[in-house]
Write a protein that binds this ligand. Structure first.
Ligand code: SF4
Length: 478
């Protein structure tokens, strides 16, 4: 029995065995799967080829980065080539910092994603805003957003207002801090401008690399919608989930739990692996949970009641006969939902001897760690890479993980570009960020400590820095 998973395991009783069939739920709404290419947007042939592979793997809308006007313009070539090949998949332009690129892209693609944290506001190191300054900055939103709204209206283009925990504006940070509430307020400012303009072709998203923050921001967003009576579709994603089994557990816990609660119209699983590798999990999440989704908050109340009635402390979950892939998703989602109200702090997973105990133990550890309940190994935050990526992120992440995963009290971010990477690496203790072709800049917290290190020396430099800072421990041998 994998009892090493139990918190205070000697004193906590296993209160109840939950048969997942008890949670059969009704309702139905379609949920679409999105993915993102990581090819350079100016490389039309490579981007088209990757779009095709993604669609063949089950992707229903493809996001492509457009960092500048040239890339935005090249979306027309990519779209034309796809259509020539008979692919009608909707395209989404991903925009940061550049309203002009958004305005060009909006004339070409079906949807434009903008980040309210950097679409207009710029970072000046300002921590305080007077009421007048704050209002003036808000007025700028209407001025700068209106041209894009006009173009989108004319062309029937949708807009996703995509808030990221790591890239809120200084103005929002000054008022709300780096919080789920700040994330919601950041998006709502843009929503109000859109409403005043009579533009409703909107989708909202609240993404973070930590499951709890991502979920809390989405619940807050839904509460705001319920209060206002103004409902908009929601896109779900857990950013920078990293790679491997722990990334799949985190993604299932965050996205799956929200889908099971009836929240979410489109989803993206974001792994630091080949883009096609995201699709099997995304498809399973939709298959298992989208069909169960019903209108929030009715289902949420039902689930909460179910679990709180049990007084669960250690949750034992049985999945007789379930294959491991499905068991991973089911257990991550079920535990996440139960933990919201019952504060379950331990987990025992069984599937009637079909899977060996050590694998189930590791899965339980991933789940507890994904929810921040207990740490068993280092935490890795890694972006999925995109057309801005400056190095081989998948290889670099694996190199970093190999050397540092035993540092269970540390979080390390491996990010693909210097433009968004440092902002989006959450509160990672160390950052390992692509700074140019074959170059890495290493951060301690938010401070760049070692700049433009050759990639082949960068892991060594990271370890040296961790030792210098006194955060290194030697790996204990079994
Ligand atoms: S942090 Fe990663 S995914 Fe985000 S823009 Fe940079 S390279 Fe792309």
């Amino acid at each position: 029995m994998p009892d090493s998973l139990l918190l205070n395991h000697s004193s906590l009783p296993i209160s109840r065995v939950v048969h997942i069939g008890d949670l059969a739920l009704g309702g139905n709404h379609p949920v679409r799967i999105q993915s993102m290419v990581n090819t350079p947007t100016l490389d039309t042939a490579a981007t088209v080829a990757q779009c095709i592979r993604l669609v063949e793997a089950g992707c229903e809308m493809v996001r492509i980065t457009a960092p500048g006007i040239r890339e935005a313009e090249n979306l027309a070539n990519i779209k034309r080539e796809l259509r020539k090949k008979g692919l009608k998949v909707p395209l989404i332009a991903d925009i940061h910092f550049n309203p002009k690129a958004a305005e060009v892209a909006a004339q070409i693609v079906e949807k434009v994603r903008i980040n309210p944290g950097n679409y207009i506001d710029r970072r000046h190191g300002k921590a305080d805003f007077s009421e007048a300054e704050y209002r003036r900055e808000q007025e700028k939103i209407a001025e700068r957003l209106s041209p894009l709204l006009a173009i989108c209206k004319t062309n029937g283009t949708a807009i996703r207002i995509g808030t990221n925990y790591g890239s809120l504006s200084e103005r929002i940070l000054a008022k709300y801090g780096n919080t789920p509430q700040g994330m919601v307020e950041s998006a709502m400012e843009f929503v109000h401008v859109c409403r005043d303009f009579g533009f409703q072709n909107l989708v909202l998203s609240m993404k973070a690399s930590r499951v709890k923050i991502m979920m809390e921001a989405n619940y807050l967003l839904v509460e705001r919608m319920i209060e206002s009576g103004y409902y908009l579709p929601i896109h779900l994603g857990l950013t920078e989930a990293g790679s491997g089994e722990e990334a799949r557990v985190k993604s299932a816990a965050g996205i799956g739990s929200l889908l099971a609660s009836g929240i979410g119209n489109t989803i993206r699983v974001s792994l630091a692996e080949a883009p096609e590798a995201e699709l099997p999990l995304a498809r399973q999440l939709v298959k298992f949970y989208a069909r169960n989704a019903m209108c929030f908050p009715k289902q949420q109340a039902r689930l909460s009641r179910f679990f709180s009635e049990q007084g669960l402390e250690v949750l034992k979950m049985q999945y007789p006969g379930l294959a491991f892939d499905e068991l991973l998703i089911r257990s991550a989602v079920d535990f996440t939902l139960s933990h919201q109200k019952s504060r379950a702090g331990g987990i025992l997973i069984t599937n009637c001897q079909q899977t060996d105990d050590s694998r189930l133990t590791r899965l339980g550890q991933h789940i507890l760690q994904a929810l921040g309940i207990r740490h068993f190994r280092g935490e890795f935050i890694a972006c999925p890479s995109c057309g801005r990526t400056q190095f081989n992120l998948i290889e670099e992440l694996e190199k970093v993980k190999r050397q540092t995963s035993h540092l269970k009290d540390l979080s390390i971010a491996v990010m693909g570009c210097i433009v968004n990477g440092p902002g989006e690496m959450a509160e990672a203790d160390y950052g390992y960020v692509g700074a140019g072709p074959g170059k890495v800049t290493i951060y301690k917290g938010k401070t760049a400590v070692l700049k433009n290190i050759e990639a082949n020396r960068a892991v060594h430099a990271l370890i040296k820095l961790i030792k210098t800072e006194g955060d290194w421990v030697e790996e204990s041998k079994p």
